[in-house]
Design a protein around this ligand. Sequence first.
Ligand code: ADP
Length: 489
Amino acid sequence: MTTLPLKKPLLRKDYLETDTMAFLAALLVAAFVVIIKFFTHLSVATTVLYITLVLMSANVFSIRMVVAVALSCLTVLTVIFIVERDYQSTEAIGAYVRCIVSLSAITFLALRSKRLADTLRRNEAYMVGAQRLSQVGSVGFRVDHSTMVWSEEAARIFEYPPHETPTMLKILARCHPDDRHLAEAVFEQASRHQPRLEVEHRLRMPDGRIKHIHLIANPLPLQHDGFEYVGAVMDVTASKEAEAALFQSQSQLAHVTRVTSLGELAASIAHEVNQPLAAIRSSGEACRRWLDRSEPDLGEVRMSLDRMIASSARASTVIQRIRTLSRNCDPERRTESFNDIVSDTIGLVQYELSRSHVKLRMELDAVPAYISADRVQLQQVILNLIINACQAMTEVDPRERLLKVRTWVHGGEAMLEIRDCGEGIAEDALASLFTPFFTTKADGLGMGLSICRSIVEFHEGRIWATSSQGDGAVFCIALPLMLHQTVAA
Ligand code: ADP
């Protein structure tokens, strides 16, 4: 990018000093021109000198001074014309008029281009300032000619000196080794004349610092010869770091609330673990009785031992599930069966439901739906919705407490509906349900649903609630199916 030299803004005092000096210099040159005129008698040569003088002053001085220089030249020309009595010759009058006209025309053109250059310079100063503030640089490149230009800010983002000529190799040299293929792919797309280029990747600076940039470029047709890509490169490091910090604190918060939910399910969990332990104990006692007989029944002993092994496996599955739910690690998405996640979670709350006298009606769609999900996070969402549903039904007659859990596939999404017959949600509360710290419970924290929403959004899904008061609440989740299934669905 051609960068016009930026001038330091001049103060009024500076202008006065410069203008005075300019005026003196112009007078000097004008005197010089007059002397040449007297000694050479070459009218064309003096006109050329006047024109050069006006053009030079347009390069250096303010518009006011250029006008002053031009007027001085015209005055000198006229004075010479009168002093030398040139008006007596028709030829000299013609030369004088030609001189005046060409000098005026050149002055007019010089002033116009000076005004344009000043505007351009000012706009460029604004642009450089704006680029600096917004940390957005501009780039332009032609893949066919392997040429590239960039603004000072773009050079700063890549940490090259401001006037360093950019090349694709210099840009690739700054790319993070793991992201180099992304930058190469952009140049490759450009060589295929793709209508829009967009990429986000990391840079690794020579001192090891990591930066994140976002580049967008569109083709700009050139007047005579093909087109070049013109675009913007943004330094998005700060927003990426903020995003990562937010993600980190959200997953820590999610962990804390998950552990809190597990605390609320403590009785249920104790029962889940206790059941297989009790079975192991009774099978062990039976085993001993079979062995204590005068003729030990080894067949029965073997069966008791098999029951003990199966029960201990069940206990360790329960413990494994709880350990997984209480672990604190970064979310990791894998291909998961949606129904498996739902039924696994229901397994954890079975006892809680029977303890709260809640009847469960499950309708899991027969078609297996596969989604890309972090199992633990989605279990947390379902757990939270079920605990809320149970709490909403505490005032309902125990014989009528009913929880319906339904899954199905619709329009490329795996759907889950959790419907209770509790107190329902007031119309005005519906809008605030997913807002952090919204709660209507005396001991509520109001974080559960807000965390559910961020988890579902992390999975590119949607969560919403409907309710007609007195008729219970319905919470729905829609999660995108894995790509190969979307086609089939
Ligand atoms: P908390 O349970 O700590 O209040 P949540 O974010 O899980 O936090 O829930 C926020 C609010 O949403 C609850 O206080 C309650 O008013 C409302 N709510 C959630 N689920 C239901 C439901 N199934 N029926 C009625 N109200 C509900």
